[in-house]
Write a protein of this length. Sequence first.
Length: 80
Amino acid sequence: MYDSQLEVQEERKLRRLQMMMDLVMSVIGQDKSLTVDEAAVMIADSRKAALAMFPDKELAYNLIYKPRLQRLMRERYRIQ
């Protein structure tokens, strides 16, 4: 029973992370008044939050979210 509670807790944390990253990417992509510096701060803060939730998953963050965020920044702010 204890293992299933841990699994449920882990799934909730994962869903919270997914929602947070979706929100960050949505705001960066849609808020025309957001500056590149503000977007960069949002990305840095979301990374800190993700690693606080999953401290041992930096590689997973770098493989999954970092490329998406980099692509979004390039598209949104024409960064090379």
